[in-house]
Ligand binder design. Structure first.
Ligand SMILES: *Cc1c(COP(=O)(O)O)cnc(C)c1O
Length: 440
């Protein structure tokens, strides 16, 4: 906990912080966003490397998870027009959205039904490949379907993987880790839903539950893993592998947009809205997109009113040295994937020259949006994912200054707004019903 004196100073330096503390919806525009400023702490080479590695593993994924046969073992999601929903969204926010509106459907990613299917699965595959290479079990040019065999499973069973999670990261790592034969331990925060824990236990994953929030669960996981040389800890707060896996999405999106004849250039700005928890998922995507599109892409992160950790970390420059509790917020939200009180410092720093801003969104919007998207587009996305959907409202309501400052006013009709839907497909029917009924 920070001292009152320090907090009062922060309130004086950042008037917006008081509004955030009093649960007002805000849009923070990032003053550090700078064109052509190089990111020092991460290299794009890692993203290209991840893309290649995922290609090598596609033959494995295709047989280990038959649901990925249709996409040849490449874990990817579609982009969709949501024109019915668009009307509701405009009315609900009392805004008129200029330009195209698209949904990036990561709620439907195969294997684990959330954005974590990219980063989480990638880091486990990378660890498995490294072990197999070190032990002369494969060569890079081999057919990786051999990973789906008893001998590989027996070999990997000597090794452990551990992770701390609010739910979805644990789900993706548990599913792929157990499939390969690893002993997996997931340290779950109090926010994690019961069904996620049950599903993991069914798959033979050890689930350790904590009464505390996400940061504590990660800390405990890290501590226990350190004691064990055969344990690989997947560090959601600092992992560059996770980040690289998430960033691969940008390379794929570039192709999808081109295939759909959607231009991104000086006259066709691309706006992207992504829900943010600790920052790895949205950060990876944002990093990749900025590398590809530079100043033509404008990226905003969405966070719940009670958990704006990335916003306050970036705004104050304190990153992981400030938590939402320091300004009296509870970190309680039904958007369980975003229930993070302290953001990743690694990601926050990388995002400084990259993102355009962060906004907050209230719980009631999340549930209204959840019901309407389901009703009008037959798309079920979990509450966390709906933090992205509020993005165009935040921009058109409060972002006029941003549009003018970047001389975008006369280009907005040619803009594309891409909302990143981050999770949903794994949510069981009865939990969906609860969410849908909660939505008034
Ligand atoms: C984890 C998660 C996010 C945010 O990703 P972070 O890496 O935690 O920032 C968003 N939506 C859903 C559904 C998630 O599970």
């Amino acid at each position: 906990m920070r001292e009152n004196k320090q907090i009062n100073q922060l309130y004086q330096q950042h008037p917006l912080l008081k509004k955030i503390a009093s649960l007002k919806k805000v849009l923070w525009l990032n003053p550090f966003e700078a064109r052509d400023k190089k990111v020092e702490s991460f290299s794009f080479h890692k993203v290209l490397d991840a893309e290649q590695r995922l290609k090598r593993f596609s033959s494995y994924l295709k047989i280990a998870f038959p649901e990925t046969e249709y996409c040849n073992g490449i874990i990817e999601s579609d982009i969709k027009n949501i024109s019915n929903f668009r009307h509701w969204l405009q009315k609900s926010g009392d805004v008129s959205i200029q330009g195209k509106l698209l949904l990036k459907c990561d709620h439907a990613l195969p294997i684990s039904g959330s954005i974590k299917a990219r980063g989480g699965i990638y880091e486990v595959l990378k660890f498995a490949e490294q072990l197999a290479l070190e032990n002369q079990m494969i060569r890079l040019e081999d057919d990786y379907s051999i990973f789906h065999s008893e001998s590989f499973r027996t070999f990997f069973n000597q090794y452990k993987i551990a992770v701390g999670s609010t739910g979805n990261l644990g789900l993706s790592i548990g599913i792929i880790g157990a499939k390969l034969g690893f002993q997996v331990t997931v340290h779950m925060s109090a926010d994690a839903k019961e069904w996620k824990k049950q599903l993991l236990r069914q798959k033979g994953v050890e689930v350790i539950e904590y009464m505390s929030d996400y940061s504590k669960a990660v800390e405990q996981g890290r501590k226990q893993a350190e004691l064990d040389l055969k344990c690989h800890f997947i560090d959601d707060e600092n992992s560059q592998d996770l980040f690289a896996g998430y960033a691969v999405a940008a390379l794929r999106l570039e192709k999808q947009l081109a295939d759909a004849n959607i231009k991104v250039d000086a006259n066709h700005p691309l706006f992207v809205y992504i829900p943010c928890g600790v920052g790895g998922g949205p950060g990876g995507v944002a990093y990749g997109l900025k590398q590809l599109y530079g100043e033509h892409v404008h990226i905003f992160f969405g966070e719940p009113l009670q958990s704006p950790c990335m916003l306050i970390g970036m705004m104050t420059g304190l990153h992981d040295e400030i938590s939402v509790a320091d300004i009296g917020l509870t970190n309680k939200t039904e958007a369980d994937g975003l229930a993070v009180g302290r953001a990743s410092k690694f990601v926050g720093k990388v995002m400084e020259p990259i993102i355009s801003g962060c906004y907050t969104v209230d719980e009631s919007f999340l549930f209204q949006s959840l019901r309407r998207l389901n009703e009008m587009e037959q798309i079920f996305a979990e509450p966390s994912a709906h933090a992205g959907i509020y993005g165009p409202i935040a921009l058109f309501k409060n972002g006029q200054q941003y549009i003018e400052r970047n001389q975008l006013s006369d280009k907005m009709e040619q803009a594309t707004h891409l909302i990143w839907s981050t999770g949903g497909n794994m949510v069981p029917i009865d939990q969906r019903q609860q969410y849908l009924q909660n939505s008034n």
